[in-house]
Design a protein around this ligand. Structure first.
Ligand code: 5RP
Length: 224
């Protein structure tokens, strides 16, 4: 199976977590795109009263299949949040933000009782850091934060928008530094350290609030 087929396989397996859940939390990315496409054809879609969305892209997609998108301020805490990841460890710690939605994803994950992470098997690692760690920053703090990240041993690179040639701007009006060559041996400590740098909005380590369930599409089966 191709990577995209594995993403679809794991998205299919995640569907049942959304049954009998009135307000769902929805992540961002190509695996989640499969999940929303599959949800469009499910009978139980009509029982979903609304969804809290982690990005403008996911909002548009949810609305296109007839799911009402509501604000986290209105919904209160959620029962379920489903999202992909760029890397995930056997301890259910994740590195996320390849799609640029890390801050809203982290907020919704924090407000959810159960985080169901859906990945194809290529995302499973013992030590995170091969995938560059996204750090969302206020634009005015970009160079200062980059210097602090370099002191931590990383090589920060400003994310660019390939279409405009300008820096990539998040849904929150901020920029992203993708940090290469970090060996993330203590993800909880590094998550805290980076978040303490003034100007950082958040970073893509989901180690303090990690996943409750990780579903992995492996082709022959989906494992938990
Ligand atoms: C977006 C994310 C995504 O969950 C992550 O990048 C995985 O994406 P995909 O499902 O496309 O592989 O964190 O900010």
């Amino acid at each position: 199976m191709t990577q995209d087929e594995l993403k679809k396989q794991v998205a299919q397996a995640a569907l049942h977590y959304l049954k009998n859940v009135p307000i769902i939390g929805m992540g961002t990315g190509s695996t989640v795109t499969h999940l929303i496409n599959l949800l469009a054809d499910c009978d139980f879609k009509r029982d979903i009263e609304g969804a809290v969305s982690s990005s403008a892209k996911t909002t548009e997609h949810l609305q296109s299949i007839g799911i009402r998108v509501i604000d986290l301020n209105q919904s209160g805490d959620l029962d379920i949040y489903v999202d992909g990841a760029d890397e995930v460890t056997p301890h259910k710690k994740m590195l996320k933000g390849g799609g640029g939605a890390l801050t809203r994803e982290k907020i919704i994950a924090g407000a959810s009782k159960k985080f169901v992470c859906i990945v194809d098997e290529s995302k499973c690692v013992d030590v995170m850091g091969k995938f560059p760690l996204p750090v969302e920053v206020l634009p005015l703090s970009r160079s200062f934060v980059a210097r602090q990240l370099a002191k931590l041993g990383g090589q920060p690179e400003l994310r660019m928008n390939k279409d405009t040639g300008a820096s990539y701007i998040t849904d929150n009006g901020c920029e992203i530094l993708d940090v290469h060559n970090l060996s993330i041996l203590d993800p909880i400590e590094l998550e805290k350290t980076i978040n303490n740098i003034p100007g950082v909005i958040t970073n893509g380590l989901f180690a303090i609030r990690d996943a409750d369930v990780v579903l992995v599409g492996k082709g022959s089966e989906v494992i938990t």
